[in-house]
Ligand binder design. Structure first.
Ligand SMILES: NC(=O)c1ccc[n+]([C@@H]2O[C@H](COP(=O)([O-])OP(=O)(O)OC[C@H]3O[C@@H](n4cnc5c(N)ncnc54)[C@H](O)[C@@H]3O)[C@@H](O)[C@H]2O)c1
Length: 458
C-alpha cells in the first residue's frame, strides 16, 4: 500500500508507543514507525505482552500493528526514510554534575538530535514530544543546523499531555493539542503540516498554536500546577487530622467554587510517576538559573509537601502500631503510582516499602499490574518481601493493610473476609481514600485514612 505520509517516532516508551498508536489508528493512510535503542522494548511492542499497560491500548495496537504501525530497531534507515520525526525519548532528572537532582538530563535528546543529523539525507520536521526545559529547541536547532548542503530542519514543540492510566482516552479526546514553532515562513509551514495530522480527529478549536518557547514552558507549568493542587490538598489533610475536619468534606466545599473546580482534589500519600517531580525540579532549576529565587522556592515547596506527606504517613503507621514494626507483617495493596497503570516510577510505594522494611517489618506486596516493576524497584533492598497478586492471600496473617494505589478493585474487596484472616488488632491505613471507613470500622478494623479522624476500637 502506498501511504500518504510517513512518520517516525524516536523513543518507544509510555508516550511514544501510545501516542503513535493513536495517530496510526486515526490515520490508516499514514505509515507510523516507532524506534528505540532498547531492543527488549521493541520486541515487547511486537509481542502480545506490551511493555506498557494502558486500558484500551492493546486493542488499538492489534488493529494497526503490521498494517500502518511498525516497531523497529533500525534507527538509521528509519531516519533516512521519514521526513516527520517525533522525539519522545526520556528526559530524567540529572543525577550527576552541575544541576544534579534538579535539571533535566538532556543527553538522550541531544544524542537523538545527533543521530538525526548523522543519518538524514533530506530535510525534515523534528518535533519535540518529550517534556523539555524552555529553550531546548535552540540547542536542537544549533546541532541540526550544522547539516551540510541543502538539508534543513524545522523544529516544532508538541508536548504530550496524556495522563498514564487514561492515555488512550486522553489521546483520543485531548483537552488540547499544543503546537509551537518559530514564527518564520518555514516554521509556520511546518506547524501547518502537524496541524494537518492532528486535525484528522481533534477539533480545530482544540489545536492551539504558539511560539516555541511558550509551548515548551506550558508543559512544565501545566505539570507544576497539577502537582501543586495535589500538594495543596495534601497539606490541608494534615490540618484536618489535627482538627477533626474531614478532608473530603473540605475538598467538596472548596471544589464547588467554579473558579477552583473539583478535579484533582483527592488527598492521599502524594503524587508519583515519572513526570511531576522531575518537571517541577526542572522548573525550580530554570528559575534559579534566571535568578528568580523566590519563584524557585515557591515551586520547590510543592515537592517538599509531597515528601512530607509520605513521611507523615509512615510516622503514623509506626506510632499507631505501638512504636514497633519489627517482625510484624504488613500487606501493601497497590504498588503502581496510580490506578490503571503498571508504571511504578517515583511511586510513593517504593519509599514507603523501604521505610517499612527499615523498621524490620515483613511486607506482602499486592498489585494487579505492577508486581514485575515492584520486584525491580525493590531488588537489592534488604528485608523480607513477598509479591502476591491475590489481595486476599497477601493480607492473610498480616497485622496491617496499607492501601497505596487507588485501584478500583480495592473499593470492592470483601473486607470482612480479609479481617477474619488477619492478626488482631487489625489495622487499616488508607493512603488513597478508597475504603468505606465506617463499614470497615464496624467489621473490626482500626482505621486511619489520610485527612480524616481515626476510627479505632481502643
Ligand atoms: N509518562 C508520561 O505520562 C508522560 C506524559 C507526558 C510527557 N512525558 C514526557 O515524555 C518523554 C518520554 O517519557 P516516557 O514516559 O515515554 O519515557 P520512557 O522512559 O518510557 O521512554 C523513553 C524511551 O526513549 C528511548 N530512548 C532514549 N534515548 C534514545 C535514543 N537516542 N534513540 C532511540 N530511543 C531512545 C528509551 O530507550 C525509552 O524506551 C519524557 O520527556 C516525559 O517527561 C511523559
Amino acid at each position: 500500500m502506498k501511504f500518504k505520509k510517513k512518520i517516525l517516532c524516536i523513543g518507544a516508551g509510555y508516550v511514544g508507543g501510545p501516542s503513535m498508536a493513536m495517530i496510526a489508528y486515526k490515520c490508516p493512510d499514514y505509515k507510523i514507525t516507532v524506534v528505540d535503542i532498547n531492543q527488549e522494548r521493541i520486541d515487547a511492542w511486537n509481542s502480545s505482552q506490551l511493555p506498557v499497560y494502558e486500558p484500551g491500548l492493546d486493542k488499538i495496537i492489534k488493529m494497526c500493528r503490521g498494517k500502518n504501525l511498525f516497531f523497529s530497531k533500525d534507527i538509521k534507515n528509519q531516519i533516512k526514510e521519514n521526513d516527520i520525526i517525533f522525539v519522545s525519548v526520556n528526559t530524567p532528572t540529572k543525577t550527576y554534575g552541575a544541576g544534579a537532582d534538579m535539571a533535566a538530563d538532556l543527553q538522550y535528546v541531544e544524542k537523538t538530535a545527533r543521530q538525526i543529523l548523522k543519518y538524514s539525507q533530506s530535510s525534515k520536521i523534528v518535533i519535540e514530544k518529550s517534556t523539555l526545559p524552555v529553550k531546548t529547541a535552540l540547542a536542537m536547532e544549533k546541532i541540526l543546523s550544522s547539516a551540510k548542503g541543502k538539508i534543513k530542519f524545522e523544529i516544532l514543540s508538541n508536548p504530550e499531555f496524556l495522563a498514564e492510566g487514561t492515555a488512550v482516552s486522553d489521546l483520543e479526546n485531548p483537552d488540547r493539542v499544543l503546537i509551537g514553532s518559530r514564527e518564520t515562513k518555514s516554521g509556520l509551514k511546518a506547524r501547518a503540516r502537524l496541524i494537518e495530522i492532528y486535525s484528522r480527529w481533534v477539533p480545530l478549536n482544540k489545536i492551539m498554536t504558539s511560539n516555541i518557547w511558550s509551548c515548551e514552558l506550558s508543559k512544565l507549568v501545566a505539570n507544576a500546577f497539577l502537582a501543586q493542587r495535589v500538594s495543596s490538598i495534601n497539606s490541608i489533610s494534615a490540618l484536618c487530622e489535627k482538627t477533626d475536619a474531614d478532608i473530603n468534606e473540605v475538598a467538596n466545599a472548596v471544589g464547588m467554587d467554579s473558579r477552583i473546580g473539583n478535579k484533582f482534589l483527592n488527598a492521599g500519600i502524594g503524587f508519583g510517576g515519572s513526570c511531576f517531580k522531575k518537571d517541577i525540579l526542572n522548573l525550580v532549576y530554570l528559575c534559579n538559573y534566571y535568578n528568580l529565587r523566590e519563584v524557585a522556592s515557591y515551586w520547590e515547596s510543592v515537592v517538599k509537601i509531597n515528601q512530607y506527606q509520605q513521611e507523615r504517613f509512615i510516622a503514623n503507621i509506626l506510632h499507631t502500631m505501638f512504636g514497633t514494626l519489627a517482625g510484624k507483617k504488613i500487606c501493601i495493596l497497590g504498588f503502581a503510582f496510580k490506578a490503571n497503570t503498571s508504571d511504578t516510577r517515583e511511586s510513593p510505594a517504593i519509599y514507603i516499602s523501604q521505610k517499612l522494611l527499615a523498621e524490620h517489618a515483613e511486607i506482602n506486596i499486592s498489585d494487579p499490574r505492577a508486581l514485575n516493576n515492584a520486584e525491580i524497584d525493590l531488588s537489592g533492598v534488604k528485608g523480607k518481601i513477598s509479591y502476591i497478586e491475590d489481595p486476599y492471600k497477601a493480607a492473610a496473617g498480616c497485622h496491617a493493610l496499607v492501601i497505596l494505589t487507588d485501584w478500583d478493585l480495592y473499593r470492592k474487596l470483601d473486607f470482612r473476609k480479609i479481617y477474619i484472616s488477619m492478626v488482631k488488632p487489625a489495622f487499616l491505613f488508607d493512603g488513597r481514600n478508597v475504603i468505606d471507613r465506617k463499614k470497615c470500622h464496624s467489621i473490626g478494623f482500626n482505621i486511619y485514612v489520610i485527612g480524616k479522624r481515626a476510627l479505632t476500637h481502643f
